[in-house]
Design a protein around this ligand. Structure first.
Ligand SMILES: [Zn+2]
Length: 285
């Protein structure tokens, strides 16, 4: 039996330089001074191989970035153009969850099928959205834009764990949101686990202290155990959803591609050392 192997590309679209250590962990025994800067990156991922080109998450639009004061590096559309990927030609998009920073740009993909957990769709269209503190982490426009593929039969509902394609498995972990899922991709260096927001930063995962936006705290802790199992206990096979360390830990796709790194290659720096620097100097690498 031949095994499908994929290229996994991380596209860095935007950053939030305002965050500090104290805002990024549930437990207040922080790995560094609470007021130390600890910026976030905002990413999408492209999986290429076995005759497929699949997008994981759609990040956000320039309008959202401006409204929420995030610093945009390149739009998703521009980064895809750099990769010669025509949005209308994208056939499948895997949504790890539907928070505003993962589910913008839906209309950019008029022919794609969107894979999403049933629990996520129910949550962001259900009574929990009556609470402004919960609904503000979703963009109403994004949730509304998700109705187009839904009513056109282009949403593939996932309920639990599933193999979506040969070599691409999703695991429902919940915790951060009810329908949060991880994506495990077979590469030539072994499985790459896109944790997405089941682990915003390496330090959330390593310290077993989740990012404080949570729907179910025990599930968030169990998610760490699931990621640990899926990655074979190797931090080099875990990809957090927002950690700026990623941009320097993996080789760039090429000179022309400053914001695209190759997760199917081995890390080029020691991730544990980069984490230590994150808390001693406030720098990521
Ligand atoms: Zn996020």
């Amino acid at each position: 039996m031949t095994v499908a192997h994929y290229e996994v590309l991380s596209l860095r679209i935007a950053s939030d330089p305002q965050r500090t250590v104290g805002t990024n962990f549930f437990f207040d025994s922080f790995p560094g001074p609470a007021d130390l800067p600890m910026p976030q990156d905002y990413l999408s991922w492209v999986l290429r191989g076995d005759g497929r080109c699949i997008l994981v998450d759609t990040c956000f639009t320039a309008a959202s970035a401006e409204r929420r004061r995030r610093h945009m590096h390149r739009s998703l559309e521009a980064l895809l153009a750099d990769l010669d990927i025509e949005p209308a030609g994208v056939t499948d998009v895997i949504m790890t969850h539907l928070h505003w920073d993962h589910a913008g740009n839906i209309g950019l993909f008029p022919n794609a099928r969107f894979h999403v957990q049933a629990a996520e769709l129910a949550f962001c269209t259900g009574p929990a959205m009556l609470h402004q503190g919960v609904s503000k982490i979703y963009n109403r426009e994004d949730v509304q834009s998700f109705m187009a593929p839904l009513f056109e039969g282009r949403v593939a509902i996932v309920d639990g764990d599933a193999t979506l394609f040969p070599g691409i498995d999703v695991h429902k972990v919940g915790g951060h949101t009810p329908g949060s899922m991880t994506v495990t991709v077979a590469t030539r260096r072994g499985p790459v686990v896109l944790a997405s927001d089941a682990a915003h930063f390496y330090a959330n995962f390593q310290g077993r202290s989740p990012f404080p936006i949570l729907e179910n705290f025990p599930q968030a802790l169990t998610a760490f155990d699931i990621i640990d199992r899926l990655s074979g206990g190797s931090i080099a096979h875990v990809i957090p959803g927002h950690d700026p360390i990623i941009a320097s830990a993996y080789p760039k796709l090429g000179e022309r591609h400053a914001d695209i790194v190759c997760l199917h290659e081995n890390p080029v720096i020691d991730i544990a050392a980069a984490m230590a620097r994150q808390f001693s100097l406030g720098k990521t690498a």
